[in-house]
Design a protein around this ligand. Structure first.
Ligand SMILES: *[C@@H]1O[C@H](CO)[C@@H](O)[C@H](O)[C@H]1NC(C)=O
Ligand SMILES: *[C@@H]1O[C@H](CO)[C@@H](O)[C@H](O)[C@H]1NC(C)=O
Ligand SMILES: *[C@@H]1O[C@H](CO)[C@@H](O)[C@H](O)[C@H]1NC(C)=O
Length: 709
């Protein structure tokens, strides 16, 4: 134990410090805007997804970050202040010469997770920044993330900043090779599995690419590097602040970079970059696709140099996005809603890779791929794109096309022959090889209906009519499938396959009705619109899908009046103002759902004790009464911030203790991009609304900047 010089300021702060050493500093770490289950650190694609569980934040100097699936990783950060080394993050077993800094605060925004600590008389800030820049394909596709360490309140202190990672980042630590090279400006470590098999994972971590760790001198700093045995590399830093180069690589070894800042007065910052590069990013029907950025920067070192050069611009954009997203979310549904969506943003885009063919590097041939994280690893699952689409709809609607396109081409090629739409483009990421054996998980009405809605969402938002014309003949048979098969619905799964298959599921009948109306709009074919309306009439007005008193939609018809399921498939009807169902059909929910609300809100249906956060936000978007909507937001927020769990945001959780389980804890799902569905309430602000808001703020800022000059 040591005495923080600040303790001389008074007994109060000494008391604070003593408490903190007995593990009670949680009371003293402020979490802003609230306590999340886990903080995104470097979250950019399915293989660069590193998190800090929030229950470790109080002991951040000793904490171990995790890959999204739960594997622990080392990502150490230390500061040497006037010859004394402090651990800021992830230094397990620090020994006598390294003191833990004191954690003061933790904050997240849409794109940043920021931790502030005190080390002696200086303040240190760790800013983990994962850009979200969907319309800038180059910036968005770079598979790197920034760590900025800032010193402030320095009064002529001599300072060095260190960071290191270990072989666990590469997926198979016992079988990892290290390499190092330096460009003119940048020191770059790579860690890669030896003799890796392309496109193979180890517990969801990629093993065929390269983990990247890099830094370059910032104004006023010099960078040194060192790698080898953990204890030895750390000891070099502790003793001198300077790292002494590369020693033989050993299992359990680390690669480290140190910025020497010399004497600092006031404030100064340095950057590190962490990443995971796959030249062969995706196997699309047997052909390698690579990251979009490779068209501009075929070499990883060029891409890294660009990434580091891009920091000021990426940062400026991110601050505008953070502000605009939070502001618009508050307008949509209040502060708690803003807390939910800002935590969801990096996770939503972190499920996606933006790619181009590796041979041509043709940037007109962009394809988007999305991983069904944690449920099974399927690729471009239609009923994952579907729940997530509200975030694309407001941030850059072209992503709906980019994510559908791999499937559309496969359908055009005639390789899927079932009368209903394929569920996904591959059983496991990153192999987008389709299902030539016709054995994709069957969800007939679900996926056919989803395609209608997604296609309409894209075209409504972008006006890209040629795209519809190109694919209308492929889409239409699935609309016909809905016409033929959506009254007496055969036993089948819907999106929530954990709930099991069901015949005559009302929510699927709703999906078909809205899907048919959407297709009628899309194709300009009124027959389909009319049939969609007739179905709505049958299931609502004639009461086939409701209880006798029309208090709610039933889970299953006929003769199950007490059953219920959240009718979230109504949401696109509201979003696109299709008017498939009459207003009264939505108004039922305003009064019914408050009556089945449990400790953490409304479960998926009357059989389950668990809720789906994405679908609940969709449903909340259909309510006429803002009080019901706010209850749904409050309940999701209560789950998110209750401090009882530490996974990346789970979209599935126990909502009620009615079946004996503890409510407010997640079930199975981690880090899934389906949290894009949390943006359903903001999507009601219009297609591209957030994108436009960010652009106009940026233009305003440029204009005022111009005036200053
Ligand atoms: C960085 O290195 C240059 C050249 O060796 C030296 O002049 C400068 O003082 C160093 N800066 C710091 C902060 O150590
Ligand atoms: C990808 O393209 C690069 C050059 O553009 C080439 O060197 C490499 O062999 C290609 N990789 C594959 C897997 O085709
Ligand atoms: C489905 O509903 C129809 C009435 O719409 C009914 O005739 C049929 O028996 C139901 N099917 C099942 C499997 O319950």
């Amino acid at each position: 134990m040591y005495l923080d010089p600040q303790s001389r300021l008074g007994i109060g702060s000494l008391f604070t410090m003593v408490l903190s050493f007995f593990g009670r500093e949680r009371d003293h770490v402020t979490h802003s805007p609230t306590l999340p289950p886990s903080y995104p650190l470097a979250v950019r694609n399915p293989y660069l997804s590193t998190w800090m569980p929030s229950d470790q934040v109080q002991t951040l100097p000793f904490a171990e970050p995790q890959f999204w699936a739960g594997q622990s990783l080392t990502w150490s950060v230390m500061a040497r202040v006037d010859g004394q080394t402090y651990s800021l993050m992830s230094v397990k077993a620090p020994g006598d010469n390294i003191r833990p800094a004191i954690v003061r605060s933790a904050e997240y925004t849409a794109t940043h997770s920021v931790f502030t600590l005190s080390a002696g008389s200086v303040r240190l800030t760790l800013d983990f920044f994962s850009p979200i820049s969907p319309s800038n394909y180059l910036r968005q596709s770079l598979p790197f993330s920034y760590l900025t360490v800032s010193v402030s309140e320095a009064s002529a202190n001599n300072i060095q900043i260190y960071s290191s990672i270990d072989g666990r980042w590469a997926g198979r630590p016992q079988n990892t090779a290290r390499s190092f090279h330096q460009t003119e400006s940048t020191a770059i470590y790579t860690l890669a599995v030896k003799n890796a098999v392309p496109y193979s994972e180890e517990s969801d971590m990629a093993t065929w690419g390269e983990t990247i760790f890099a830094a370059r001198p910032s104004p006023g700093s010099n960078v040194t590097f060192g790698s080898g045995k953990r204890g030895e590399v750390r000891a070099q830093f502790v003793q001198t602040g300077i790292l002494a180069g590369n020693e033989p690589w050993v299992p359990g070894g680390i690669v480290a970079l140190s910025h020497d800042l010399g004497t600092v007065v006031g404030r100064q910052s340095v950057n590190f970059a962490v990443g995971y590069v796959r030249e062969k990013a995706i196997n699309y029907l047997g052909k390698p696709y690579t990251g979009y950025y490779r068209a501009a920067f075929p070499e990883t070192s060029q891409a890294l140099d660009y990434f580091l050069d891009d920091y000021p611009d990426a940062l400026r954009e991110s601050l505008i996005l953070d502000l605009e997203m939070a502001t618009r979310a508050k307008v949509a549904a209040g502060q708690k809603y803003a807390d939910i969506v800002t935590l969801s943003a990096r996770q939503a885009y972190g499920g996606i890779d933006l790619t181009i063919p590796n041979d041509s590097l043709d940037t007109d041939e962009v394809l988007g791929f999305i991983k069904e994280l944690s449920s099974n690893g399927n690729l471009n699952t239609v009923d994952v794109i579907m729940p997530a689409f509200p975030i694309y709809y407001i941030m850059d609607p072209t992503y709906i096309r980019l994510l559908l396109e791999p499937m559309m081409r496969y359908l055009v090629a005639g390789r899927w022959r079932k009368p209903y739409l394929i569920h996904d483009m591959g059983a496991h990421y990153p192999n987008a090889i389709g299902h030539d054996n016709q054995k994709a998980e069957p969800m007939p009405i679900e996926e056919c209906g989803n395609l209608m809605v997604l296609a309409l969402a894209y075209v409504r938002a972008t006006g890209d009519v040629p795209w519809v014309e190109k694919y209308i003949d492929v889409i239409r048979p699935y609309a016909d499938y809905l016409v033929e098969n959506s009254i007496d619905i055969a036993k089948q799964l819907s999106s929530n396959d954990a709930a099991g298959a069901l015949a005559n599921e009302t929510n699927l009948a709703i999906k078909a009705a809205v899907g048919l109306k959407a297709f009628g709009e899309l194709a300009g074919l009124e027959d389909y619109s009319r049939i969609g309306e007739e179905r709505a009439d049958l299931f609502y007005t004639q009461g086939r899908g409701t209880d006798g008193d029309k208090t709610h939609f039933v889970l299953q018809y006929p003769d199950k009046p007490a059953s219920w399921k959240i009718p979230y498939n109504l949401y696109p009807d509201v979003l696109f103002d299709l008017q498939t169902f009459p207003k009264e059909a939505y108004q039922m929910g305003d009064t019914f759902f408050p009556g089945v609300r449990a400790e953490y809100g409304v479960a998926l249906d009357n059989r389950q004790d668990w809720a789906k956060s994405d679908w609940n936000m969709w449903l909340a978007g259909t309510f006429e009464d803002p009080r019901t909507r706010d209850e749904f937001v409050d309940d999701l927020w209560a789950f998110m911030s209750n401090g009882k769990h530490n996974w990346p945001f789970s979209d599935r959780y126990v909502a009620t203790s009615a079946k004996g389980r503890t409510p407010g804890v997640p079930v199975l799902c981690r880090a899934r991009p389906t949290v894009g569905g949390h943006f359903a309430l903001m999507a009601l602000q219009g297609a591209g609304s957030l994108q436009k808001g960010v652009l106009s703020r940026m233009m305003l800022e440029e204009m005022s900047h111009g005036e200053e000059l």
